[in-house]
Design a protein around this ligand. Structure first.
Ligand code: NI
Length: 388
């Protein structure tokens, strides 16, 4: 087990990479400059098995250990930024107005590069490590899913996969993780309430979709509070509600939209079925009807038991027992690493980013003090899971 001090030497260089990426953010799949930077760095470490252009700008680099035959494990970093105008006032602020690394993917990419540099020179492990650099974590369709559809798990023979994401308001030098569901599944829906429009002064000659929509908004919250096991998490939020543009017209229809978040796959089926049943029942009771379009995006990010134990052990050996919260509560956000955890066993861990602005906030910045902890976690994880 190597101490955090081992990785302080790398910190200056990794910080430079991180700040370069921060100044030059790119979005979604369009990561041409980022991918070029990552590929050039990987090549400069003496890594010769690098595949680029996976799901447009994704990269996988393979490093073989000197400890003999063994499995291949995947370590994943995301590389994309967000369409936000930065207000951090840091000297390394985004040079591209309207784009910024507000989720710390610049830090994730730099830390994985740091680990790749270290492990390419000190190959004290068996088997191989696949360094996965992913585009499009923040947009749909998901970059993780895209890379899986191009067969990275099979092509590189990856048997386990690990992820890491920074967490604001968790102290630098601390880690947090939980077994089982860590982040929610993300679904979205559009619901059109159909009535019959007319003059606002003659409601009896109409079927008012606004009144029907109002009842539906409330009924959907009853699905959560009265029809869902209170120990299981379900969020249904109506976020869009569009009717007529005039004071004196009852519209023909109201368009609603919203999101469903849950930690239990079964509740996705429940939500899809019951949103339709409730809305339809209400609308038909008043002579109207509804049309539902329900889309399932990211699944639940599910940490597997054995790999979670390994991650906890590695983190505790690095920073001490008490600095790793091994039972952190799941959150209802989502993360497309979920798809990789559906494909292979693995775990995602949270890395303390200190008292910074929150993720996706214009004043957010990845904390460079966290870099050696992240690099140290990756290296020690490899030397533990693939101990020669
Ligand atoms: Ni993120």
């Amino acid at each position: 087990m190597r101490s955090v001090e081992t990785f302080r030497d790398l910190q200056t260089e990794v910080t430079e990479w991180r700040r370069y990426l921060h100044r030059n953010p790119e979005l979604g799949y369009g990561l041409e400059n980022t991918a070029k930077f990552v590929t050039e760095k990987l090549a400069s470490f003496g890594i010769n098995h690098i595949e680029t252009g996976i799901a447009d700008t994704g990269i996988v680099a393979l490093v073989q250990g000197e400890g003999g035959d063994g499995p291949t494990i995947g370590l994943r970093a995301d590389m994309d930024a967000l369409p936000i105008l930065e207000s951090s006032s840091k000297p390394w602020s985004s040079e591209i107005p309207g784009k910024m690394h507000a989720c710390g993917h610049d830090g994730h990419t730099a830390m994985l590069l740091g680990a790749a540099k270290y492990l390419a020179s000190e190959r004290h492990f068996k088997g191989s490590v696949a360094f996965i650099f992913q585009p499009a974590e923040e947009v749909l369709p998901s970059g993780a899913l895209g890379m899986l559809q191009e067969g990275i798990m099979q092509r590189f023979g990856i048997s386990k996969v690990f992820g890491m994401h920074n967490r604001p308001n968790l102290e630098v030098g601390k880690f947090a993780i939980c077994n089982g569901p860590a982040l929610a599944a993300l679904d979205e829906f559009d619901l059109v309430v159909k009535g019959k429009g007319g003059h606002a002064a003659a409601p009896h000659q109409t079927i008012d979709p606004v009144v029907i929509a109002g009842q539906i908004v409330l009924a959907l919250q009853v699905l959560v509070s009265r029809s869902t096991d209170p120990t299981e998490a379900l969020v249904i939020s109506i976020t869009k509600l569009m009717a007529a543009q005039a004071y004196n017209i009852i519209p023909d229809q109201v368009e609603m939209g919203g999101t469903v978040r849950t930690l239990v796959p079964r509740l996705r089926d429940f939500a899809e079925r019951q949103i339709l049943a409730s809305a339809q029942g209400i609308a038909r009771g008043f002579g109207g009807d509804v049309e539902l379009k329900y889309r399932r995006d990211c699944p639940v990010t599910f940490n597997h038991a054995e790999e979670t134990e390994l991650a906890i052990k590695v983190a505790r050996n690095l920073v001490g027992y008490a600095s790793v919260d091994d039972k952190v509560r799941p959150r209802m956000g989502s993360e497309d690493f979920a798809y990789m955890l559906e494909a292979r066993p693995g775990a995602i861990i949270w890395l303390g980013n200190g008292a910074t602005a929150g993720l996706h906030h214009p004043a957010y910045d990845f904390n460079d003090e966290a870099l050696p902890y992240g690099v140290g976690y990756w290296v020690n994880l490899v030397e533990t899971v693939l101990a020669a």
